[in-house]
Design a protein around this ligand. Structure first.
Ligand SMILES: CSC[C@H]1O[C@H](OP(=O)(O)O)[C@H](O)[C@@H]1O
Length: 348
């Protein structure tokens, strides 16, 4: 089962709106359809969004009408990239992936169109493979943070479905499970899109990793009962000082973990760290449609005219985070210095 199936005439996406009951793919036949699929959360999760956007760009260039000139090519390419950039504002991996495609194009600018197309596709395949490899490295760096016979609480879905495969937070959990640590997982349902209830449980059951579904308002109870040994979540954008934007509700879980002395970790690749932002206050927070809150699945639970706010993310200050687990090591405590050291290590 692939989250993203990249073909040169379409991008096939496992429709995460329909999991776990229905396993079917949406075939995106154009870059516009690919962008729409990101906005509509057919595919979601910061790294998965990045890889999908990159594939959408390559598809757009593949289908581009023969340009009249270099200026015409550039105008069409910019339109494709801008369409991807407009899909969702918070996950920095989206913009990082678009930039990787722009840099790739610069390297093959002098080549004929056919060769540019092939080079862009090769970059997409590289991004896809690289993401899976980095997730496994994140898992390896996080493994020893998971004690044997421990219970890990996670929020939302930061698994194979949120990436090109294997996962970030769930990648650490997978690494611990397959290393024989006998880890148990408490999965927050994660209203309103229910990534935890629908996606994390589906992923962990397929890997036979013990998982218990809880509602978002139960996390504090289980911590108070002493039944949570650590928390591991994903991230959509991390500022230079270690502040983390992640799914709405993460901040509440972090506060509860701090209160109960429970280690709270974030797992993410370096591409999720936005060093241009000094702090989390600058991270744009996506506001999604109110109907996501007024309904559960197809069931309406509030009047259509009820006032709703629906911020899709919140920001957890670095002081509540024990460490940020990346493919090159763990920034602990997360701050400008430890994060800068990660980037130095990645250049070694
Ligand atoms: C591995 S990134 C996963 C990250 O993305 C999710 O947001 P969404 O489902 O809205 O794309 C959530 O914040 C996860 O932690």
């Amino acid at each position: 089962m692939h989250t993203i199936d990249i073909r040169q005439d379409q991008i096939r996406l496992l429709d995460q709106r329909k999991l776990p009951l229905v396993e079917e793919y949406v075939a995106c036949q154009s870059y516009e359809e690919t962008a729409r699929a990101i906005t509509d959360m057919v595919v979601r999760g910061a790294p998965a969004i990045g890889v999908t956007a990159a594939a959408g760009i390559a598809l757009g260039v593949q289908q581009m009408p023969e340009p009249d000139s270099e200026a015409d090519f550039d105008a069409q390419f910019d339109t494709i990239c801008e369409t991807m950039a407009q899909t969702r504002p918070t996950a920095v991996n989206l913009f990082w992936a678009i930039n990787r495609m722009r840099e790739c194009l610069q390297r093959c600018r002098q080549a004929p169109l056919a060769q540019r197309r092939e080079t862009l596709w090769q970059e997409v395949y590289h991004l896809h493979e690289e993401d899976i490899r980095l997730n496994r490295q994140i898992g390896a760096h996080g493994l020893d943070l998971v004690p044997p016979q421990s219970t890990v609480l996670t929020h939302c879905n930061a698994g194979a479905l949120a990436t090109a495969g294997y996962g970030t937070a769930l990648g650490v959990i997978r690494a611990a499970h397959f290393a024989g640590r006998q880890v148990q997982v408490l999965a927050d349902e994660t209203r309103p899109f229910l990534q935890g209830a629908r996606l994390t449980t589906w992923e962990l059951q397929r890997d036979e990793i013990p998982v218990t579904l809880i509602t978002d308002n139960m996390a504090g109870y289980f911590m108070q009962q002493g039944r949570v040994d650590l928390v591991i979540v994903g991230a959509d954008r991390i500022a230079a000082n270690g502040d983390v934007a992640n799914k709405i509700g993460t901040y509440s879980v972090a506060i509860l973990a701090k209160e109960h002395g429970i280690p709270f970790y974030v797992a993410a690749p370096l591409s999720t760290i936005d060093r241009a932002l000094a702090s989390g206050a600058e991270i744009p927070i996506e506001q999604r449609h109110g109907d996501e809150v007024r309904t559960v699945g197809s069931q309406r639970i509030a009047a259509a005219d009820i006032e709703v706010e629906n911020p899709a993310f919140d920001v957890t200050p670095a002081k509540y985070i024990r460490g940020i687990i990346t493919e090159v090591g763990v920034a602990s405590p997360p701050d400008e210095g430890t994060i800068a050291a990660l980037f130095s290590a990645s250049n070694d």
